[in-house]
Design a protein around this ligand. Structure first.
Ligand code: GLN
Length: 485
């Protein structure tokens, strides 16, 4: 059997029983990478030597029966905006093309402790700004189900790597949909946990009040296992929540009897491809057949979420990206005049078009006289969105919506139309604005292209999300979908 086809939990069983070794598994994945990577371009850095060393260490741990976790010996890919000590971390930006972090992000340290094997750092939209991975400062990634199409973004490299068998699971980050939308486009599971559930320490900041790291996996069981490994309070991240972490595998129960599932009408109307809406509605009907109660409801502020997000996210980005000035790390333009010329040339040459666009937008909306008109108003809209969700959760336990309003689109189709590109996120952004957990799972195909259904939960209620997603996965049979290539 091709070992790269295994899910994390399947591989764990075989490793534990010593029917396969971590080195064998890692070699199978590295071979798969060398076979398909030219076609999909999911990685910015492949760490084969490091992977083999980590696999040897995992085999040693397993042989000694020492600290064996469900991730010991499992080949995992990491989005290139998470700091990995000694391994280049570029954020897919030319401005960080040579940055080698002197420390590990907390999630990276946790995966190391668990015994995971790192196969590489994945491609993304530069600084996670985008929805297609076409805004990578290096090259686009392709959707493994159709190489003419985008894998979604910004965690498009991670989604592709998981769906193409180039790793068993991956980490992504989600500021406005960057885990869930690519997961939907590539036929995998992607979860954005509650804001503060997973530490952001060592995640290169885009919009700090929205950014969250989460698992990208081939089934819901693997999602629970990864979340178990990365969740928890971290004193190094002041926004991380000081609450104990439940065992998320306890929620892997196929039972939704009596669960109230809310269908917000705004997510099935204007701007949503009717064929996508139909497939997603069918998922709701199937859950209803298994005892869930469907509640039609309304989230009236939904239509303002995108506009408010595109004030708040660029504002925070403009401030976070001020540090890339060519002085301490990253690219420095060769300039012989003064330091101001050096700053200016470094930033002009180092940042790509989309990033500059956001820095300008953000600087504008934060400047004197405009702050009240834009930033402050967007912050107020954000409060209204949160209240909308609170009201909805009095009527239901979980919400069900499409993850993306459209199926995976063609490369180049949206790059010249910024509004159309940003419309890709209308279903995912509201959960970030309200800090809520949300998960995307595959729910069917449209003309051979994967479609995802999103469940949005209450604050810190990842358990209900995992339960409903797992139940749906059992009903639909859509799990461990691999693009053959
Ligand atoms: N596509 C959205 C943006 O461009 C969200 C990106 C993300 O979640 N990192 O901002």
């Amino acid at each position: 059997m091709s070992l790269w086809r295994l899910t994390v939990h399947e591989a764990h069983q075989l490793l534990k029983r010593r029917e396969i070794s971590a080195v064998e598994l890692t070699k199978a994945v590295l071979e798969r990478i060398s076979k398909v990577e030219d076609k999909v371009k999911a990685f910015l850095t492949i760490t084969d030597d490091i992977a083999l060393k980590m696999a040897e260490e995992a085999d040693r741990r397993i042989a000694a029966g020492e600290n064996v976790t469900p991730l010991t010996g499992i080949p995992i890919a990491i989005k290139d905006n998470m700091c990995t000590r000694g391994i280049r971390t570029t954020c897919a930006s030319k401005i960080l093309y040579n940055f080698i972090p002197p420390y590990d992000a907390t999630v990276v340290a946790k995966l190391k402790e668990a015994g995971a094997v790192f196969v590489g750092k994945t491609n993304m939209d530069e600084f996670a700004m985008g929805s297609s991975t076409e805004f990578s400062g290096f090259y686009p990634t392709r959707n493994p189900w159709d190489l003419e199409r985008v894998p979604g973004g910004s965690s498009g490299g991670s989604a592709t790597a998981v769906a193409a068998g180039e790793c068993l699971a991956a980490l992504g980050s989600d500021t406005g949909g960057s885990i869930r939308q690519p997961a939907a486009f590539c036929g995998i599971v992607g979860m954005k946990p509650t804001y503060g559930r997973v530490s952001r320490y060592g995640l290169i900041a885009f919009a700090s009040s929205l950014d969250q790291i989460g698992p990208m996996t081939r089934d819901v069981t693997d999602c629970a296992l990864l979340l178990n490994a990365i969740a928890g309070h971290d004193p190094k991240d002041s926004t991380s929540i000081p609450q104990p972490v439940p065992d998320y595998t306890q929620a892997l129960v196929a039972d939704v009897k009596g669960m109230r599932i809310g269908l917000p009408r705004e997510y099935f109307g204007e701007g949503i491809d009717p064929k996508v809406a139909e497939i997603v509605r069918k998922a709701a009907e199937q859950l209803a057949e298994h005892g869930a109660k469907i509640v039609e409801l309304s989230l009236p502020t939904t239509e303002y979420a995108l506009a408010a997000y595109y004030i708040i996210a660029p504002a925070e980005a403009s401030s976070n990206l001020a540090r890339y000035d060519g002085v301490q790390y990253g690219y420095r333009a060769p300039v012989s005049e003064d330091i101001v010329a050096m700053y200016s040339k470094t930033r002009s040459e180092g940042f790509g078009h989309e990033v500059k666009h956001r820095i300008m937008l953000g600087t504008y909306t934060l400047s004197a006289g405009y702050y009240e008109a834009y930033y402050l108003r967007a912050a107020k809209v954000r409060t209204l969105i949160r209240r909308d969700f609170e009201r909805a959760f009095q009527q239901c336990d979980v919400l069900l919506t499409p993850t993306s309003p459209v199926p995976p689109f063609k490369l180049g189709e949206r790059t010249d139309d910024p509004l159309l590109m940003k419309m890709s996120d209308i279903c995912t952004i509201p959960a970030n604005m309200a800090g809520l957990p949300a998960i995307s799972v595959p729910c069917g195909f449209l003309d051979g292209l994967p479609i995802g259904v999103q469940f949005i939960g209450k604050v810190l209620d990842e358990m209900t999300l995992i339960r409903v997603a797992y139940t749906y996965e059992q009903i639909s049979g859509y799990r461990n979908l691999l693009a053959e290539l």
